[in-house]
Design a binder for this molecule. Structure first.
Ligand code: FAD
Length: 387
């Protein structure tokens, strides 16, 4: 099978196993299936239930959505923010107000949308099924073995074979561990709370139709609408010393959250007052990986470049990876495709990882300068709102 499935510009299909039906894995599977590859996804969870909250899709990822033909389906569920803002945590004074909406669409050739992760996820799942992708739930990948002819994938209770294996298995990636050994994440000293509230419950405070970072000393909070304005999403970040679980499913204490942000601007405190459920996770950092592939196996998304959420680019970077890898695997032999993929993607994702880290001190006013805040924020918006 080696070198068999791509001969210069004569494209032949191959059988690919993707580990993880998250945003990156599904986008990749859809892109590969549309190019004629035979794709199977193994996902560890038993059901594809509604977990998570808001994701920000900037023009770069919206262009991928358009190329996959799912931007119209997303339109039913999206919210298009008018501005990207940074505001003072107490007075509400604007440090930055940069137009999104039609301005972003015109400037970058695609919109800037907020979507609920569950909505994007379910559209991707439907499209994967419609394009012949097989998704096998309740299948945890435990190991793999490369041979000259193929790759054997070890799952709980069975083994499978494929031409290629792609680890899109997220921040706690097993495929990454198998490839590079057990990793030692370091606690960044920050935790994030997230949740959604019904916009109807806080009508009286008139939350602006913007993506707003509320910047305060050692803390910040982000608010934006989802689902056509039905929900207000929040992510609240706080610095603290102790270590917590790094999970999207760990519940936090709502009273504690409200106390942490007491005295902030009413647009913040009223959102938190309406909240009845919140999730809390530790923000960990990880060193840049030495490599992303091992013969027939390659990593994608959070598995190879997990992001702190301070650039709102985690999902978008996984989506970009998926687009690039699907294109390359269709044009080149896998070993060349993997090499080009890493060469193209690693510098960009490493830079965004670094900018995300830097934004924490910016939003938490460690420099103490509103001017610095404005400068960095402007550069942030103009560089990454585009494609
Ligand atoms: P993920 O989207 O994390 O997907 C990884 C997938 O791999 C998961 O479905 C996981 O169950 C599966 N998996 C892991 N290990 C194995 C294994 N050994 N075998 C088989 N399957 C495996 N980001 C936000 O900004 N806001 C949110 O509200 C939000 N909610 C989230 C909720 C959940 C349940 C998850 C898993 C992630 C959430 N994220 C959220 C993270 C966000 O989706 C990712 O940071 C980003 O989209 C990159 O996607 P990814 O495909 O690399 O990883």
């Amino acid at each position: 099978m080696d070198k068999e499935f791509v001969v210069n510009d004569v494209h032949q299909t191959c059988h690919i196993i993707v580990v993880g039906a998250g945003i990156g894995g599904l986008t990749l599977a859809l892109g590969l299936a549309k190019q004629g590859h035979q794709v199977r996804i193994f996902e560890q969870t038993k059901t594809l239930s509604e977990v998570g909250a808001g994701l920000q899709l900037s023009a770069n990822s919206m262009k991928v959505m358009r190329s996959l033909g799912i931007d119209n389906a997303l339109k039913t569920h999206h919210f298009a923010p008018q501005n990207a803002c940074i505001r003072d945590y107490r007075s509400g004074r604007y440090y930055l107000k940069s137009a999104l909406g039609k301005t972003a669409q015109t400037r970058y050739g695609a919109p800037y949308w907020h979507v609920h992760r569950a909505d994007l996820h379910s559209i991707l799942v439907q499209q994967c099924y419609a394009n012949g992708v097989e998704i096998e739930l309740n299948h945890r990948v435990m190991g793999y073995r490369n041979t000259k002819q193929n790759v054997t994938v070890l799952l709980e209770g069975k083994t499978e074979q494929a031409d290629l294996l792609i680890g899109a298995d997220g921040i706690h990636s097993k495929v990454r561990e198998l490839m590079l050994g057990i990793e030692a994440p370091f606690f960044t000293g920050q935790v994030a709370w997230r949740g959604t509230v019904r916009a109807d419950d806080i009508k009286h405070i008139n939350v602006k139709p913007d993506a707003t970072v509320w910047a305060g000393p050692n803390q910040h909070l982000v608010t934006y609408y989802l689902r056509g304005g039905e929900l207000v999403n929040f992510v609240a970040v706080e610095e603290r010393a102790e270590w917590l679980q790094e999970s999207w499913r760990t519940e936090g204490n709502v009273n504690e959250l409200q106390q942490k942000f007491a005295g902030w601007h009413p647009e913040v405190t009223e959102v938190l007052a309406a909240c009845d459920k919140t999730f809390l996770w530790a923000l960990n950092g990880r060193p840049t990986l030495t490599r992303w592939s091992d013969q027939r196996v390659v990593l994608l998304g959070d598995a190879c470049h997990p992001m702190l959420p301070f650039m709102a680019q985690g999902a978008s970077m996984a989506i970009e990876d998926a687009y690039v890898l699907a294109q390359l695997l269709t044009k080149y032999h896998y070993s060349d495709a993997y090499q080009k993929y890493e060469a193209l993607r690693k510098p960009r994702t490493t830079q965004i990882q670094q900018m995300s880290r830097d934004n924490a001190s910016l939003y938490h006013m460690h420099g103490g300068l509103a001017g610095q805040l404005k400068l960095n924020a402007l550069s942030l918006v103009s560089r990454y709102a585009k494609g």
